[in-house]
Write a protein that binds this ligand. Structure first.
Ligand code: ATP
Ligand code: MG
Length: 194
């Protein structure tokens, strides 16, 4: 399978847009898989007996977290290899905001394993992202709930995505998730992969 990585600020709409991507690809009868990187890390962590739930992962020693990152990358790469023709999309983050600074979500040992064709940056105006976060009461995204922080994170995500792309010769594409219609972004993503 060809791999596309979809990144973006928490609340911009990655999961929503990717479920649209799935819907469109199913309609077109194109073989596809959507994987959430965090879910994949958690699955590996539970298999290895490191944690019982998602929140325990952040408390693991950094070395163990890195091990989980690479195991997830290997697992996803393997899924793509065994999945035959079609498209596999990864729902993840290009940067993670931590108290020590911006942490790359796609460091060398991850991006080389996955070897994506395109890294997408799903974007929207910071004000629009804030509105989406506010409307979505099912999740807490307090570490990204400030317009200036969102603006800064969008910029760092762009630098991080290009730096990762340089390592594997992938392209980087900005996709706007327009308000009210996630299928616009979904179609742009699909068309950039075919
Ligand atoms: P996270 O990284 O935290 O998982 P996410 O990028 O996956 O966030 P979603 O959960 O897909 O974000 O979307 C956040 C909220 O924004 C949801 O309530 C969703 O319904 C809404 N949303 C997504 N796309 C759009 C859109 N194009 N127009 C209006 N609302 C949208
Ligand atoms: Mg999501």
């Amino acid at each position: 399978m060809k791999i596309g990585i979809v990144t973006g600020i928490p609340g911009v709409g990655k999961t929503t847009v990717l479920s649209k991507v799935k819907e469109i690809l199913e309609e077109k009868k194109i073989n596809n898989r959507i994987v959430n990187y965090g879910d994949y890390m958690l699955m590996t962590a539970m298999k290895l007996g490191y944690v019982n739930n998602r929140d325990e992962m952040r408390k693991l020693p950094v070395e163990k977290q890195k091990q989980l990152q690479i195991e997830a990358a290997k697992g996803i790469a393997n899924e793509a290899k065994e999945g035959g023709d079609g498209l596999l999309f990864i729902d993840t983050h290009a940067v993670i905001r931590t108290p020590s600074g911006y942490l790359p979500g796609l460091p060398k040992y991850v991006i080389e394993e996955i070897n994506p064709r395109v890294i997408f940056l799903l974007e929207a105006d910071p004000k629009v992202i804030l509105d989406r976060q506010r409307r979505d009461t099912s999740r807490s995204r307090t570490d990204y709930s400030d317009e200036k922080i969102i603006f800064e994170t969008i910029n760092f995500a762009r630098y991080a995505a290009m730096a990762s792309a340089v390592l594997v010769g992938a392209t980087v594409k900005i996709i706007i998730n327009v308000e009210g219609d996630p299928s616009v972004a979904a179609n742009e993503i699909i068309n950039s992969m075919l």
